[in-house]
Write a protein that binds this ligand. Structure first.
Ligand SMILES: [Zn+2]
Ligand SMILES: [Zn+2]
Length: 187
């Protein structure tokens, strides 16, 4: 395998292998296909999407996709490293939503974000995003318990990079890093 090869699904490389939830690194199973991505059935309608997903509530997912929020906080750690799907959780209570938006506003004042001038516009925009499905993929780079990022609240932070929006796939959310293909909502 040439040293510059990278997995055609997750983009992992010889020097930046993905690591599963048990801490095992991937290996090459074919040209440009790593063992973690090879578990996906070729008849899968979304073969390009990573195996595991993380469900994130709004407005936090919106902050990841639009405000440069690079850390997602959890009460549990993970050993997984590599690409994951970002799932927009269905649940969103008004109170939690408003509280989260206050926090976001402190970290990244909403009036300064692109063309979204006011908090009301921002709220409107988030409320009209689709929920209850996969909306993006990202690379989970580290799981850390200390971080300089203003988005780190702990106790554990999953540092995310290379966020790529994808077309919506309706999936039921689960706890932890979950195999979303078992939760597909069939029409
Ligand atoms: Zn891969
Ligand atoms: Zn890999």
């Amino acid at each position: 395998m040439p040293f510059f090869s990278s997995c055609r699904v997750c983009g992992c490389t010889e020097y930046n292998a993905c690591v599963d939830t048990k801490g095992r690194s991937c290996y090459w199973v074919a040209d440009a296909l790593c063992s973690h991505c090879a578990q996906v059935d070729p008849s899968d309608p979304h073969p390009e999407l990573p195996v595991l997903a993380l469900s994130i509530r709004q407005p936090w997912l919106w902050a990841i996709m639009h405000l440069g929020k690079n850390v997602e906080n959890r009460t549990w750690p993970t050993r997984y490293r590599g690409r994951i799907c970002l799932h927009a959780a269905r649940g969103m209570t008004l109170k939690e939503f408003d509280h989260a938006l206050d926090l976001i506003d402190q970290i990244r004042p909403l009036g300064e974000v692109g063309t979204i001038a006011r908090r009301d516009d921002c709220t409107w925009s988030i409320r009209h995003e689709r929920r209850g499905g996969i909306v993006a993929t990202a690379r989970l780079k580290w799981c850390i318990s200390h971080h300089d990022s203003p988005w780190f609240f702990g106790p554990y932070g999953f540092e995310l990079e290379d966020i790529q929006p994808v077309s919506f796939v309706e999936v039921k959310g689960s706890r932890g890093l979950f195999d979303w293909r078992r939760n597909l909502v069939s029409c």
